[in-house]
Design a protein around this ligand. Structure first.
Ligand code: XMP
Length: 193
């Protein structure tokens, strides 16, 4: 179903390339430092586990952010991909979160980090977080690049936030509208008529 709005294309730049790059590198260092702290507290049994830090990016939107974030984390980690969608096709309002595929089922006892591009209604993160918590991870952290300032029912509180943004649909740096604009280097608003 398409909406009654007409999309013109990318609009105002909210965050430029350099600002994003500095912020993401800082987030990666903070996250790595906090994970190191947790790893040091693990008991002997846990320390012998080969796969203690699991990074779980929510695709598709988080792929650019994740690629930059993990490269500023000097830490042994494995990466598992989860795919979800809440803005199918040309929509610019959420249609409820849906998972495509499955969440890895071996996260118990591990330090899990969920990475998402943007926290909007919170439905996606709520869904993914619930499925992970059922597995009793050693720790669970949520990292989002953008936190949209909207009233939300969800109680999701990310541990790390890149930037807060107003209630506008944004694209670029992995975020899309109808599959387009993920390759933009900046984060920009989507202009509609
Ligand atoms: P919820 O509402 O579940 O949304 O917190 C999270 C997912 O929805 C997508 N999303 C957006 N994508 N511009 C986008 O390109 C936006 O402004 C936007 N708001 C939400 C995104 O995939 C996110 O993971």
């Amino acid at each position: 179903m398409s909406e009654a709005i007409k999309v013109r294309g990318p609009g105002k730049v909210l965050f430029g390339e350099e600002e994003i790059s500095e912020r993401v590198a800082w987030m990666g260092r903070e996250l790595a430092r906090d994970l190191e702290g947790d790893l040091a507290k693990d008991d002997e049994d846990a320390q012998s586990h080969p796969d203690r830090v699991v990074i779980l990016p929510i695709l598709t939107g988080a792929f650019v952010f994740t690629a930059d974030l993990i490269r500023s984390m000097p830490l042994k980690m494995s990466i598992r991909l989860v795919t979800a969608s809440s803005y199918p096709g040309e929509a610019t309002t959420s249609r409820g979160a849906r998972l495509r595929g499955v969440i890895p089922s071996d996260l118990g006892g591990r330090h899990v980090v969920i990475i998402d591009d943007i926290l909007d209604t919170g439905n996606t993160l709520e869904l993914v977080r619930g499925l992970i918590l059922e597995q009793n991870p050693a720790s669970l952290r949520i990292v989002v690049l953008l936190d949209k300032q909207v009233p939300r029912h969800s109680e999701i509180t990310p541990n790390y936030v890149g930037f807060e943004i107003p209630d506008e649909f944004v694209v670029g740096y992995g975020l899309d509208w109808n599959g387009y604009y993920r390759n933009l280097r900046e984060i920009v608003t989507l202009e509609v008529e």
